[in-house]
Design a protein around this ligand. Structure first.
Ligand code: PDD
Length: 284
């Protein structure tokens, strides 16, 4: 971290070195918290309403008494983008059930939730990884069964990413009952021999990606064939192309799985085209 950012904590904009959260915060003690990551391109928030809609859903699924006010949250995001001079990067929103004496039972619903937002400057558009493509390895999906809720329980994804790195790869694709669920922090896709884009259907097994929804809609608009179904690592290894999507990576090509080249091992034309279509839509 170089320059000191301004972050948001429960109603206040403060320098990051002065920002504090209680040691009794349930986000810290129980991972009793949800989050969202919104990309910023040209100072503009990408798909903000999609992120707020998913946040509302996460909050409801966990019976958190937190109020999710779209206009207020948009205002905070915009203020942080402006105060931190973010042209390209990310805004993180973390919302916990608040601070209460340690007890597995949820505290009284009058407990004030903790809301924290911070920014990261990052070259999300001109990302060199998009030219190179990513190497992934397969690992068992050992996360809990409610991956549709965007909680901050990110220890297993973090462990999986470390294991991928130890194996010389960039990320892991997670496998459950023989089928790929998703990547550690992105949705996973393959392109079959006839040019069909295949990605797992929505369920509690994966996060309902906001980028996934946008990219699938753009693919269909472009006349590309999309199939929402599970696939195995063997099918992925034999696929013509592979890629992932997320708010931080947009459309990111995958060029090898468990050391096996996908296609000829270079970035596939469809992944490149979809990234282009997505970036054009952002600029529009
Ligand atoms: N991750 N699946 C998982 C497990 C994720 O953590 C993410 C996002 C996605 C893609 O969702 P979206 O398109 O809405 O970003 C899929 C964020 C970027 C993160 O944790 O940094």
């Amino acid at each position: 971290m170089s320059e000191e950012r301004i972050v948001y904590v429960n109603g206040n904009y403060v320098p990051e070195s002065e920002a504090t959260v209680s040691v009794f915060d349930r986000g810290f003690l129980f991972a009793d918290a949800v989050y969202e990551v919104t990309a910023v391109v040209g100072g503009k928030l990408i798909d903000f309403d999609g992120h707020v809609t998913r946040l509302k859903r996460s909050v409801a699924e966990l019976s958190m008494p937190a109020e999710v006010d779209e206009a207020k949250l948009r205002g905070i995001h915009e203020e942080l983008v402006s105060r931190n001079d973010i042209d390209e990067g990310l805004v993180y929103l973390q919302l916990t059930r608040g601070a209460a004496d340690r007890d597995f039972l949820y505290p009284d619903t009058s407990t004030t939730p903790t809301l924290v937002l911070f920014t990261q400057k990052k070259a999300v558009v001109e990302n060199p990884a998009a030219e190179r493509g990513m190497a992934v390895v397969s690992l068992p999906d050992l996360r809990w069964d409610r991956r549709d809720i965007k909680t901050v329980q990110l220890l297993y994804p973090s462990m999986a990413k470390m294991e991928a790195k130890a194996q010389g790869a960039d990320d892991a694709w997670l496998v459950e009952d023989g089928m790929v669920t998703e990547a550690t922090s992105a949705n996973a896709y393959i392109v079959t021999g006839d040019g069909t884009i295949v990605t797992r259907g929505l369920s509690n097994a994966i996060l309902h990606g906001i980028t996934r929804r946008a990219v699938l809609a753009l693919a269909e608009e472009a006349g590309l064939k999309v199939e929402e179904r599970g696939f195995t690592i063997d099918e992925a290894k034999a696929a013509r192309e592979a890629f992932v999507t997320s708010a931080s990576a947009f459309v990111m090509p995958v060029v090898s799985i468990d050391g096996a080249k996908i296609g000829d091992g270079s970035v596939g034309p469809l992944a490149r085209r979809l990234r282009g279509i997505y970036l054009e839509a952002l600029a529009a």
